[in-house]
Design a protein around this ligand. Structure first.
Ligand code: ATP
Ligand code: MG
Length: 785
């Protein structure tokens, strides 16, 4: 057919080609990991553009992370050139932010609304819970937040909840009231939380059909990656967008939106929908994702074409066999026949550390070894189940001088100083946001304590003005002269920043406005000076972080010459788990298993493969919990192209205490001949009497069936000299509060207390460096001095 897209089809296998070329209302591509789903989506978009079957503006592609969106945009750009501009390739959240910004005025918000991340919403809920003394009824802020989130993901708002709840139960009634409080507080602050972004867009479309129709007319091709992880609200959104256009005759123009209409349009039928997914990789049931979205696709979209992809192009056969074996233990799934022709490859490497430090040391040593053999650091990833596990890894990687980066928002944007800077910006961008103002009103310390804050808040409420406006009436607040000066100063600083960042109507702010305004806020508010004057070394790091943040704002200006402070805040709020602003190529990537979805690396380390961690113990009581954990492990395994490492630690500081670990059941589900154990759990058990159990008969907590994990060929001697030098047996060391010790890594310190008994004796040590550590006396590299 003319061949404008021949090269797009080259190198694709027959079902992949079909997925790229099929034209019809609905297409479902279901396939296992690494079978080219994302690649097919990308080529499908390119094919639509090349054949001029769609304008870029008619395409809406949904990816799971902003990073994935960026990669897809770049890839499509490579395939079709400049014409790729104008497409919406984004996450559900980013797409909804764009829609809401344009339409916010329709339903009682203004387009400068703030987005609350989960930390912000937790802080708000905490205050509401406290106000209603709800903890007395067993309602914790975390519990309330989680439940509200799940309800929003099911499109249940506070009013709907109140109608269906059993309000004669006092705790239910209280929760219902808190839900309402929370909704009102968000509305007052002109703010949306993450779940709102989706739900409110759905409500908007349902309440204003003309608005919905405008978007239905615009987006003629909707494509969704990682469809297995969509929740009810996201599903409803897709449904809304793909409905036939009913009010097509009515003209509707919105926020300057252009509606392109190629020659054959406008058809009134719904947009064509393509979704790709793998039910074995569904890992967000806890956030309301529903695998039935896949199984019921054919019912909801009758006549849908289904394409299966079975060839895996990512991993070696050994890795794939391990993945298939593990996921085969889940019931209630359609068996898949995933294969590869890339050969068996190397065996999976297993390692059991004495401690998490020993495990981390193994990871670092191995990374160095494969790096020397020619593998780039950027092709190596280390996964863990919980964020808390990263610290031990980081410590060792830093010492080993292995460059690494942490993928995930927690590292940079969770820092208090960055949150403060964001609150300053928010106070300028959205004066109604009282939460932001409360956060910074006394940072740096200005003597504006809780009492004064309540005074200001009440003054604002009485006068019907915002908190920020109230700051401009310091003289009427009834506070002392010193406080008046402080409040007036803060008000002035915010005003000056507003002048820089928020241009008057018709005026265009210079691209550097955000960065300049930010510098002004941090400078004139005294925030930076307070940090600089402090003698705390951490404060020095905070100044550096803020410098980096100003650099982020400048970078933003370069990429978005028209971007406002509101756009900047939205972008920062949306930096999702898999996104990392300092894109350090040439570093090893550390991340949680959840973040790893969709990515691939030559070498992958999955650490902490232990019961209670992977599967995580919170999953034990949940129906379907262990199966979901197995899928998470499957996601991790299938990220590896050539090398896979599975490791665990015999003891781990977890949930505030040091405990013995049990190897994960998932390890037993992998055929033994696929794994080459450098040091198996059983090796440590056998060595236990001399180096671990101290003759007390302790078996380190391993279950009796552990030896099944031990490959027949393993011999103890082979590992005798692999035992890290740092592991000792201090079983007999007498230690008491007041003693001084020396630690191999941390230097000298004083014992504050000793708790526990026998092999679990723990020394609480304050080192002279200021660090406080809990050490397992038996194996820590310490000596008494
Ligand atoms: P996941 O389930 O992990 O999201 P996926 O199904 O989306 O995986 P892709 O990421 O699209 O899979 O593809 C996996 C790897 O295989 C990529 O490196 C991709 O470039 C490569 N690949 C896919 N199809 C082919 C093909 N026909 N020929 C060569 N390489 C391919
Ligand atoms: Mg993919």
């Amino acid at each position: 057919t003319g061949g404008v897209d021949d090269d797009l089809l080259e190198g694709l296998n027959p079902p992949q080609r079909e997925a790229v070329t099929y034209r019809g209302p609905a297409l479902l591509i279901v396939a296992g990991a690494g079978s080219g789903k994302t690649r097919v989506l990308t080529h499908r978009i390119a094919s639509l553009l090349r054949r001029r079957e769609a304008w870029p503006s008619q395409i809406l592609a949904i990816t799971f992370t902003n990073k994935a969106a960026g990669e897809m945009r770049e890839r499509v750009g490579q395939l079709v050139g400049e014409s790729a501009r104008g497409m919406w390739i984004s996450t559900f959240h980013s797409a909804c932010v764009r829609i809401l910004r344009r339409e916010a005025e329709n339903f009682g918000f203004t387009s400068s609304f703030t987005i609350y991340d989960s930390g912000d919403s937790r802080a708000l809920i905490k205050r509401l819970v406290k106000d209603r003394e709800a903890e007395r009824f067993g309602l914790s802020p975390a519990g309330v937040q989680g439940r509200i989130s799940r309800l929003k993901n099911e499109l249940t708002d506070a009013a709907a909840f109140a109608r269906q709840a059993n309000l004669s139960d006092p705790a239910e009634r209280l929760f219902s009231e808190l839900f309402g409080d929370y909704e009102r507080a968000l509305q007052r602050a002109n703010a949306f939380d993450f779940d709102d972004l989706i739900a409110q867009t759905v409500y908007l479309f349902r309440a204003f059909p003309a608005v919905a129709d405008a978007y239905r007319k615009r987006f003629r091709h909707i494509l969704v990656d990682e469809y297995q992880d969509t929740n009810a609200a996201q599903y409803a959104l897709i449904h809304e967008l793909t409905r036939p256009v009913v009010g097509a005759a009515e003209a509707y123009s919105s926020g300057g939106m252009m509606i392109f209409e190629p020659e054959h349009a406008p058809e009134l039928e719904g947009a064509s929908l393509t979704v790709v997914g793998d039910s074995d990789q569904s890992i967000y049931a806890f956030r309301g994702a529903d695998i039935r979205n896949i199984s019921e696709f054919e019912r909801d979209f009758p006549g849908a074409r289904v394409v299966l992809l079975e060839q895996n192009y990512r991993s070696t056969q050994n890795i794939l066999s391990a993945a298939n074996a593990v996921i085969g233990h889940n019931f209630d799934r359609k068996a898949k026949n995933l294969w590869t022709d890339s050969g068996a490859g190397e065996r999976i490497v297993g390692y059991t550390g004495y401690s998490q430090h020993d495990e981390a040391q193994f990871v670092a040593d191995e990374i160095e070894a494969i790096h020397r053999s020619g593998v780039d650091y950027s092709q190596v990833a280390v996964f863990y189940r919980t964020n808390a596990q990263s610290r031990a890894l980081e410590e060792i990687l830093i010492r080993a001088a292995v460059p690494y980066k942490i993928m995930g928002g927690t590292k940079f944007y969770e820092r208090a100083e960055i949150k403060d800077a964001l609150a300053y910006l928010t106070a300028v961008a959205n004066p109604a946001d009282e939460m932001a103002l409360r956060r910074i009103v006394n940072k740096p310390k200005r003597g504006i304590g809780d009492v004064s804050i309540e005074t200001i808040s009440r003054f604002a409420a009485d006068r019907g003005i915002t908190f920020r406006e109230a700051l401009g009436h310091a003289g009427d607040l009834g506070v002392g002269p010193k406080l008046q000066t402080a409040i007036t100063h803060l008000h002035g600083v915010l005003g000056a920043a507003s002048e820089i960042m928020l241009p008057a109507t018709g005026e265009v702010a210079p691209p550097t406005a955000v960065a300049d305004g930010l510098s002004l806020l941090l400078g004139r508010s005294g925030y930076l000076d307070a940090l600089r004057m402090s003698r705390d070394p951490q404060d020095e790091a905070r100044v550096e972080n803020l410098d980096e943040f100003v650099a982020v704002a400048r970078e933003f200006a370069r990429n978005n010459p028209d971007g406002t402070v509101i756009d900047f805040l939205a972008e920062v709020a949306l930096v999702s788990d898999a996104d990392d602003l300092d894109d350090a190529s040439g570093s090893v990537s550390l991340m949680t298993l959840h973040t790893a979805k969709g990515l691939e690396y030559d070498a992958v380390f999955i650490t902490g493969v232990e019961e209670d961690l992977l599967p995580h113990r919170i999953s034990a009581g949940e129906p379907g919990g262990p199966a979901e954990e197995r899928r998470l492990f499957y996601v991790g395994v299938t990220r590896a192209r050539k090398r896979l490492y599975l490791s665990l630690a015999m003891t781990r500081a977890q949930f505030g205490e040091i405990a013995s670990a049990v190897p994960s059941r998932f390890l037993q589900e992998i055929p033994a001949d696929l794994v080459d154990w450098r040091q198996s759990p059983a090796d440590l058990v056998r060595q236990a009497p001399p180096r671990f159990g101290g003759g007390s008969g302790s078996r380190g907590g391993f279950r009796n069936d552990t030896p099944a994990l031990l490959p027949k060929s393993t011999s103890l001697d082979r590992f005798a000299n692999k035992v890290p030098a740092k592991v000792r047996d201090n079983g007999d060391m007498e230690l008491a509060a007041g003693d001084r010790i020396r630690h191999d890594d941390f230097g000298e310190g004083r014992v504050d207390a000793v708790t526990g008994e026998g092999a679990k004796r723990i020394a609480h040590v304050r080192f002279d460096s200021g660090a406080a550590k809990k050490l397992l006396v038996k194996i820590a590299p310490i000596e008494k001095i």
